[in-house]
Design a protein around this ligand. Sequence first.
Ligand SMILES: NC(=O)c1ccc[n+]([C@@H]2O[C@H](COP(=O)([O-])OP(=O)(O)OC[C@H]3O[C@@H](n4cnc5c(N)ncnc54)[C@H](OP(=O)(O)O)[C@@H]3O)[C@@H](O)[C@H]2O)c1
Length: 254
Amino acid sequence: MDLPPVGLGTMGLSDPSTVTTAIDLGYRHLDTAQIYENEGIVGEGIAAASIDRSELLVATKLWTDRLAGDDVRRGTEASLDRLGLDRVDLLYVHRPRDDYAPDETLPALDAVRADGLTAHVGLSNFEPAQLETAREHLDAPIAAHQVEFHPFFARQALLDDAQAHGYPLVAYSPLAGGAVFEDPTITEIAADHDTTPAAVSLAWVLSHDNVVTIPKASSPTHLRANREAAALELDAAEIDRIDAIDREEELYPE
Ligand SMILES: NC(=O)c1ccc[n+]([C@@H]2O[C@H](COP(=O)([O-])OP(=O)(O)OC[C@H]3O[C@@H](n4cnc5c(N)ncnc54)[C@H](OP(=O)(O)O)[C@@H]3O)[C@@H](O)[C@H]2O)c1
């Protein structure tokens, strides 16, 4: 699976036309989840776009109450029904808690993959030891690990695992939900490049090997700008300055 550097995060999106516009602007990786309660909206947006389904990478996530044995299949089928699709490209375990049991959940994911309901299996919000355990129970390779990753919160151990095992780390909340826009280091670097703090934050995220990202955006201006940010190159000194920002802010702790 070849995830593009910038995909679309859809948490909070409630207008299908945003998804259609994103596809028109070149977005190919669309990320939703059962808990966002907008799989239907995303499906409507895809249906309205003039694009072949095979060009899109659609990802959704099973919430923590859909992870026990048979619930995996039922939950996946319900997601496909809402999306109006016969398969997704990437099906994640959203969080390894509540009904998550590696020896039950992961074989059930292998089974829905074998039956073609998803092309790939992904994990989200796992700790390194949980990734190791998952590898013992999952026949499919881990196709992606989606985790919070932005200038105020980045976990080197998770990046190390992705790089060692050769799967993409999908960086969520790459703008820290907007918190990076006020940071003095990021605004200074943005001014030096005559660009925005959003672009600098995305460029910093994408400067790491094996990392792709899924900023959420609503307006065509933001959608366009975020894809263009992939072309912004920060030099090593700028990356060091952002690495040195002394803020530890996790938006989605367990
Ligand atoms: N796996 C998980 O547990 C998990 C958890 C959280 C999020 N996620 C995924 O990650 C995606 C992104 O994370 P997020 O929604 O938390 O936050 P984010 O992408 O860090 O930030 C989104 C915010 O930034 C604004 N924005 C986007 N592009 C901008 C630009 N170029 N200039 C100025 N403002 C801009 C958006 O405003 P507008 O909407 O007005 O454009 C929105 O308010 C989610 O949608 C979801 O798909 C996954």
